[in-house]
Each structure stands twice: as structure tokens, then as C-alpha cells.
Design a binder for this molecule. Structure first.
Ligand code: ADP
Ligand code: NI
Length: 218
């Protein structure tokens, strides 16, 4: 198989696994992440087959989406083997999909991703900010019946632990402070950081407008 044929097989596999998802993780998200990864690959010397395969597969075995991530991970390994990926390539792709998440990056010992992994992580994070990010946050919050905004709810680090634990829901606006506004500084590659900065400005403008309207100041 040529690399193009391998990648086409990965794309079809991802489509089959992701197209039914309605939590903002559907195949449109995957295609945007792949497109962004391709753009970053123009200036970063990572292996395109590994990078783009990991981009296609990064949410397939997400424990938020499937009840048995280990089973899906096995399915992914078998699938890659059947499509002539080497064991080394399979291990790298699985490692990336396993270690991409925001929560893993916040831990005391964050996983060290290869350049391919860093590009997929940047691309996934770019899709969580800017106009798309705003839309996804509202879509997610709506699906989860979250409150839109409550000025008393602040990010975790700005509340005392007990107060925070007693909160029974997150608000959509607070999610920007908990996560989305932090992503720009966490970008790995310089091209992603540049894109992130402009998307971050857009979110800050949105939040300022939102609060002004909330307080009837505008
Ligand atoms: P991914 O794994 O692709 O980075 P997540 O599963 O963390 O994304 O979330 C999917 C989308 O929903 C993201 O755009 C994220 O910002 C948004 N989201 C996640 N949790 C919340 C929340 N509590 N409130 C609002 N939006 C959220
Ligand atoms: Ni994702």
C-alpha cells in the first residue's frame, strides 16, 4: 500500500467510528483537526503519515465517548496492522491518541509527545478556541443542560476547594476561564501559537461583549 492508500483507509475507519457522535466530536471535528495538522506540517518536519493518522484516530477511543476504550484501542491496533503499519508506527500513533488530552498536560508529569503528537495536540486545541471553539462550548453546554453564566462561579484556582466541590454544575462561560483561554499558552509549535493568538483575541472580545450585555452596559 502507498502512504496515500494507508491514509485513505485510516480516514474511512475514523469516519465509520465517529460519524454518529453528537457531542461535538463528530467527523467534522476530525476533518478540521486534520486540515489544521496539514497546515502546520508545512512548517514542521514531522512524519505526515503518523501525524495525519493520529489526527484521524485521536478521539476514536476517547473514554468520554465509548464505554470500553481498551477494546477500541485493540480494534485500532488490529486495523493498523491489517493496513501495513509497522509495530513502531502503531505504538507511536496509539501513544499520541492516548496522551493528547488537556487533563494529562496539567498533571505533574505531563507526557512527552513526539513532534507529530505535538502537532495533533495543537490542531485539536485550535479547534477548541476561536469562533469554532465558542460554538462547540455552547453546543456542549446545551447538550449537557448547563447554565449559560453565573457571575458567582469562577475558575477552580480562584475559588476555595470546598466551595468549588459544592458547585453542582459548570457554566458555559466558566469553561472559557477553566480551559479555553489557557490553551494559547500551551501550544507546542510556533505556527499553532500564531493562529491561537488571533483566535484567543476573538474569544476575549466575545467575553467582554457578553458581560457588557449581561450587565446591560451596552
Ligand atoms: P477534545 O477532546 O476534542 O479536546 P472535549 O471532549 O474536551 O474535546 O470537549 C469537546 C468540546 O466541548 C470542546 O470544544 C470543549 O471545549 C467543549 N467542552 C468540554 N467541556 C465543556 C464544558 N464543561 N462546558 C462547555 N464546553 C465544554
Ligand atoms: Ni478532538
Amino acid at each position: 500500500m502507498t502512504h496515500d492508500e494507508q491514509l485513505k483507509a485510516v480516514k474511512d475507519f475514523s469516519y465509520q467510528k465517529m460519524s454518529g457522535d453528537a457531542t461535538g466530536h463528530n467527523f467534522d471535528h476530525i476533518q478540521r483537526v486534520v486540515k489544521t495538522a496539514k497546515k502546520i506540517l508545512v512548517t514542521e518536519a514531522a512524519d505526515p503519515l503518523i501525524t495525519l493518522s493520529a489526527a484521524y484516530l485521536h478521539d476514536v477511543a476517547d473514554d468520554k465517548l465509548v464505554s470500553d476504550p481498551a477494546e477500541l484501542e485493540k480494534e485500532i491496533r488490529d486495523f493498523l496492522k491489517d493496513n501495513q503499519f509497522s509495530n513502531t508506527q502503531i505504538e507511536e500513533i496509539i501513544f499520541i491518541t492516548h496522551n493528547l488530552s488537556f487533563s494529562k498536560s496539567l498533571g505533574s508529569n505531563p507526557p512527552k509527545l513526539s513532534l507529530a503528537g505535538q502537532i495533533v495536540q495543537d490542531s485539536d486545541r485550535l479547534d477548541a478556541i476561536g469562533a469554532i471553539g465558542i460554538t462547540r462550548a455552547i453546543y456542549y453546554g446545551g447538550a449537557n443542560s448547563d447554565t449559560i453564566y453565573d457571575p458567582k462561579i469562577l475558575p477552580r484556582e480562584k475559588m476555595n476547594k470546598k466551595e468549588y466541590r459544592n458547585l453542582n454544575n459548570e457554566t458555559i462561560i466558566n469553561h472559557f476561564y477553566e480551559k479555553l483561554l489557557k490553551l494559547t499558552d500551551m501550544m507546542n509549535t510556533s505556527s499553532a501559537k500564531k493562529i491561537a493568538q488571533s483566535r484567543n483575541q476573538y474569544m476575549l472580545g466575545f467575553l467582554a461583549e457578553f458581560k457588557a450585555e449581561w450587565d446591560a452596559k451596552k
